[in-house]
Design a protein around this ligand. Structure first.
Ligand code: GLU
Length: 476
């Protein structure tokens, strides 16, 4: 569902309007604001691939919104609806989210106009490799220039094909693995990247709930435990966010929406069972045996009463026509751009708190950053220190126990090991999400009064981009 269906401004204009609102809270020269707002370059390519006995032409894009820091970073989307406007909007969001969470990258995004369901695996491989080749040819892929990653419709498999294609064309590049992130761990990927965006959403929500003043603003109290949550989209982001929230934080998942409808049960739905049903049936939530009520028009469920609504699929699902009927207390934007610019003011008018995409879904690119560093340093995180830490921790335990203070077994077990790559990735992600939210809320409650977390977050991003231009001698 795109925002244009509802007579609204385009996705790109929606992002730009949010930018304008944030810039208005700062003292920025209009020419500079105009420069930062717009996409620096975008490459459109058409290429042929032989499918069965005929030639099919494919169209793709790679946009670089901003390269104040290199490489420019962002996923590649495979979708039958992707277009240049969407790719540019997503590239802009990449710039702002990287700046916000101090991931030292510019913003980029790619898209290929394709319905992946229409092609078999060997065909998808040929198409992906050919698209990658076209991008490599024009310098739109490289560890120091532009580093793609998964997005909607792509995953580890496509990233492996991209790195393989890159290697074939740059045989002498010792840093070839860093040309793309989200790779399988066996091909230079990093532990915890697949779950990263979903886990980042959870870390973001946990941090929100650590601040009673902010929680009160959303007419709630307490912690995440027991809160009623609706998830829209059980893809990579929605699935991990929902599963972790259910299993580790004790939230009550009351509704799950997918492309073929929605399911609802105020007593709670087991996320893993729905996920297994999806895999086994090849469908979304249709025919899920329950216990849950099936709604053919899943979008209706967005409007159910709940504490937290998590749109985790795509842009424009909360728009000017349904915004007034949303009854959540918090809308947690796990997807990019799920709330349109005009819907945002309707939600705000109703006192609904939005935790914005530029912050909340930045976990994916944050862990991509860790993967890129791993690839450039050519060593797995923890390899040098894990056993050393383990030995030191055991020595500390021995010292405590020999002084006559026995340590409980569960604590001793937790203490007695060194950090694995996954432990370090999760710790780095948790820290990133905490620090960024603290900065956003501080700005939100400050005398600048940005009025929303989104405006506060975007203002912080713009300041950081300006600082980096300043250091480059570009900002007067
Ligand atoms: N596609 C993801 C996003 O929208 C991840 C980008 C990346 O890891 O570079 O943030």
């Amino acid at each position: 569902m795109s925002s244009s269906t509802h007579n609204e401004v385009s996705f790109k204009d929606s992002v730009n309007l949010s930018f304008d609102k944030a810039v208005a809270t700062l003292d920025v020269a209009p020419g500079m604001a105009n420069y930062i707002r717009n996409v620096n370059n975008v490459y459109q390519v058409r290429f042929p691939v032989k499918i069965n006995d005929s030639i099919e032409t494919f169209i793709g894009w790679r946009a670089v919104h901003n390269d104040h820091k290199l490489p420019a970073k962002g996923g590649i989307r495979f979708s039958p609806h992707v277009n240049q406007d969407e790719v540019e909007a997503l590239a802009a969001l990449m710039t702002y989210k990287c700046a916000l969470v101090d991931v030292p990258f510019g913003g980029s995004k790619g898209g290929l106009l394709i319905d992946p369901k229409q092609y078999d695996r060997p065909q998808m491989e040929r198409i992906t490799r050919r698209f990658a080749y076209e991008l490599i040819q024009k310098d739109y892929i490289g560890s120091g220039t532009n580093v793609p990653a998964p997005d909607m419709g792509t995953g580890q498999r496509e990233m492996a094909w991209i790195v393989g294609t890159y290697m074939a064309h740059s045989p002498g590049d010792i840093n070839h693995l860093a040309c793309v992130t989200g790779k399988p761990v066996s091909m230079g990927g990093i532990a915890g990247r697949v779950e990263a965006t979903g886990r980042g959403v959870v870390f973001g929500l946990r941090e929100f709930f650590r601040h009673p003043e902010d929680v009160k603003r959303a007419n709630m109290e307490g912690s995440l435990a027991g809160k009623d949550v609706i998830i829209q989209g059980l893809g990579n982001v929605g699935y991990h966010a929902a599963k972790i929230l259910q299993e580790e934080d004790g939230v009550n998942i009351i509704a799950i929406l997918e492309f073929d409808g929605g399911i609802y049960n105020p007593k709670g739905i087991n996320v893993e069972n729905v996920f297994l049903h999806k895999i086994a049936s090849g469908k979304g939530v249709k025919d899920f045996p329950g216990p849950a009520e099936y709604f053919e028009n899943g979008a209706e469920l967005l409007e159910k009463e709940c504490d937290i609504l998590i749109p985790a699929a795509m842009e424009g699902v909360i728009h000017q026509e349904n915004a007034d009927r949303i009854k959540a207390k918090v809308v947690a934007e796990a997807a990019n751009g799920p709330v349109t610019f005009s819907a945002e003011s309707v939600l705000e008018g109703k006192g609904i708190v939005i935790i914005p995409d530029v912050y909340l879904n930045s976990g994916g690119v944050t862990v991509s950053y860790f993967e890129w560093i791993k690839n450039l340093s050519h060593i797995r995180f923890g390899r040098m220190q894990r056993r050393y830490e383990e030995t030191q921790n055991k020595l500390i335990l021995q010292a405590i126990e020999s002084s006559g203070h026995p340590v409980a077994k569960d604590i001793a077990d937790k203490m007695g090991h060194g950090a694995s790559e996954l432990d370090l990735v999760r710790s780095g992600l948790d820290d990133t999400m905490r620090v960024a939210f603290q900065a956003i809320r501080e700005r939100y409650w400050s005398k600048e009064k940005p009025g929303s977390y989104r405006t506060a977050a975007m203002a912080l991003s713009i300041e950081k981009i300006l600082n980096s231009y300043n250091a480059l001698g570009i900002y007067p």
